[in-house]
Design a protein around this ligand. Sequence first.
Ligand SMILES: [Zn+2]
Length: 220
Amino acid sequence: MLSEKQNAPAEQRTLKGDRSPTVKHCAFPAGKASSIEYELIRSRRRTLAIQIKPDGSVLVRAPYSTPAQRIEAFINERRDWILRTREGVLKKARKAEAAGPVLTEAELQELHRQAREQIPGRVALYAKKAGVTYGRITIRSQRTRWGSCSSKGNLNFNCLLMLAPPMVLDSVVAHELCHRKEMNHSPKFYAEVRRLFPEYDKWHGWLKKNGSALLARLPE
Ligand SMILES: [Zn+2]
């Protein structure tokens, strides 16, 4: 949401009891080839605001008294922000669609169960190969990481790895276990990882390309 003022009145309050007439408009910026189509909702609010909806459409909220010209100028001034934000929203939607629907609580629990069943064996195998020890193994459903290794050797793995090809899980296991030797991401660390798991770049590449789509399947 982009507002004229930081302290714009809360949406709920301004929209309450409004007739909220909705009209489709088009902003034609001077000297720009393309146009921005937007939905305009006028209400008793005091400021102008632009919102990009999850489907990529543009919603503009304006006070009853603001002239159309002022609204068009407001949109045109923020043209770059609108296009950039809309592109981001649509990209996210396309990725989420490609990955599949949001997981239900039951599906998520099933992934946790599979992870608890499968991951300890892979960890034991690669730890033996690498000649390292480790502590507790915890399965999580995090939005930000696939695995982690604490200084004490406790390991975390994301249950969404169960939705990726099995070699992807192995690449994450190898990565985290190599932190038992090198607590950093130095060239020396990656040399260890590739020695332990020679196909690391290939499967880590898979995760880099497809990982965000998997993460998008986590419920809010
Ligand atoms: Zn790391």
